[in-house]
Ligand binder design. Structure first.
Ligand SMILES: [Zn+2]
Ligand SMILES: [Zn+2]
Length: 327
């Protein structure tokens, strides 16, 4: 089979790989589409270490089941699935406490186990979610990053009618805007890139401009920058929640008294918990996913897809064959 692999920092190539054999607890998926996101780009750039090269990339995957392992129940050949690309162990202390996002043995697809940018992928059955009906492949590739935002919103207990600020509208931020607007929050955003800002407006959010002295009951930081993190904390209304999704790694200047006097809750939100968060988003997907997708590439155009993904507003994805007609 063909797959898209990182051969050296900054360069991907189509490589040949043996077809995977599903284990008894796995399903074999013929991939149809894979989204590209920030963590793929940090691997592409060589900023995030992977076990070797060539290394098959990608974790936001959609496909169709073509084979089912002997022990699998509830999954059948022909079903369309969305992959939850973080395989937790179910046995460590964190998993047993219900926090699979903190699993000590977590298999992170595309990071410590090979990615899904391949024609065939063997997936543990509980992590192959039945795709909601009526969505095209390009919408389904957004479901994993959408779930990251939806999990953050649910951890923050965001409610209809609240005022929300999203800092950064890369694809995670845009999908979070989709979620918050559909959920009935009055949503503002901060984004320096003009085309991303325009897209956020199209999705129903308002730019934080003249009303910059507004304060928000819900603030979500997705830029992963120090100024973004500082702005997020400074923008919360008294009693508000500040939820950090971005992974800024440098120290930020935050005045502790501001958190105390403002009675703020500052929380880190790491991916999602298995199985609740994917169960929720696959059962009730939002309507606006397709509006975040902008660029479609083939496997052969992988290099171009990775080089342009950071500057494109909205999500880029790679189509692997079968067209994404809604089912
Ligand atoms: Zn992602
Ligand atoms: Zn675990």
């Amino acid at each position: 089979m063909r797959a898209l692999a990182l051969v050296e920092p900054g360069r991907v190539e189509v490589v040949e790989r043996p077809d995977p054999e599903p284990a008894r607890s796995e399903v074999l998926v013929r991939m149809t589409g894979v989204g590209i996101c920030g963590s793929d780009l940090s691997v592409f750039d060589g900023h995030r270490e992977v076990p070797g090269a060539p290394w098959v990339l990608g974790h936001e995957g959609v496909g169709k089941i073509v084979e089912v392992g002997g022990e699998v129940t509830g999954r059948h050949v022909g079903q369309r699935v969305v992959i939850e690309p973080n395989y937790c162990c179910f046995t460590c202390a964190s998993c047993r406490a219900g926090f699979t996002s903190g699993c000590e043995n977590r298999k992170i697809v595309g990071i410590n186990v090979p990615g899904v940018l391949a024609e065939y992928v063997a997936v543990p059955a509980p992590f192959a979610w039945l795709a909601p009906e009526g969505l095209a492949t390009e919408e389904l590739v957004c479901l994993e990053p959408y779930t990251v935002g939806a999990a953050a919103s649910s951890r923050a207990e965001a409610r209809p009618g609240q005022r929300a600020l999203v800092v950064g509208t890369g694809s995670t931020g845009l999908l979070l805007v989709v979620h918050l607007v559909e959920r009935g929050l009055e949503t503002w955003f901060v984004e320096p890139a003009v085309d991303r800002a325009e897209l956020a407006v199209e999705l129903g959010a308002r730019p934080l401009g003249e009303d910059a002295d507004l304060r928000f009951e819900q603030v979500f930081e997705t830029s992963g920058t120090v100024p973004g993190t500082e702005l997020a904390v400074a923008s919360a209304a008294p009693g508000g929640a500040v939820t950090l999704l971005g992974l800024a790694t440098d120290p930020a200047k935050i005045v502790p008294a501001m958190i105390v006097r403002g009675r703020l809750t500052v929380r880190g939100s790491m991916i999602y918990e298995h199985p609740g968060d994917f169960a929720a988003t696959t059962a009730a997907p939002p309507r606006g996913l397709g509006r975040v997708v902008r660029c479609r590439f083939t496997l052969e155009e992988g290099q171009e897809a990775f080089l342009s993904a950071r500057t494109v507003a909205g999500k880029s994805w790679i189509s692997l064959g079968e067209e994404g007609a809604p089912t």
